[in-house]
Design a protein around this ligand. Sequence first.
Ligand SMILES: [Zn+2]
Length: 147
Amino acid sequence: MYNLQGKDDLANVLTHELTHVTFNQAGIGTKLPLWLNEGICWHNGLAAQEKVNPTRTNRIIKAMTANLKKTAQNGELLPLDQIDQSLLSASYNVEFQGYLATEQLIDKHGLDHFKAFLNQMQRQDVQRSFQQNFGQSLSEFEKEFTI
Ligand SMILES: [Zn+2]
C-alpha cells in the first residue's frame, strides 16, 4: 500500500480488501467463482475511489475497458470459468474482466437482486442461488459473457 498514488487509490484498495474480508466472514468467499468474487470487490473498490476522485476513476475505468475490448477483438479473452486457472498466467487483467461481468449482472438485474443472490448464498450453493436470482445458470452466463 506504500506505492499508492493518492487517497483515491487507498480508498479503492481498502474497500476492495474489506469486501474480501466480509465475504470470508459470511462464509461465501470460497463459494463464489473467482471472477465474481474479484468482480464485486472491484465494484465496491471503484465505487469508493469514485467518491474521492470521480474524474480520475472514470478515466481509469474507460482506459481499462478499452484495453479489455482490444483483448476481446484479438480473440484473447478467456471464458469466465477459466479465470481461476489463469489468474497469474493471463496476458491481461482477468479481475477487471470479472468486474465488467459483475457490472453486467447488476445493470441487467438491479442491485437488489444482486444482494439477494449474495444473501441466499449463505444458505445454499452458488449455482442454485445464481439460477434463482438471475434466471439463468451460472455456467451459461460464464460461457455467454462478452464485452
Ligand atoms: Zn481481490
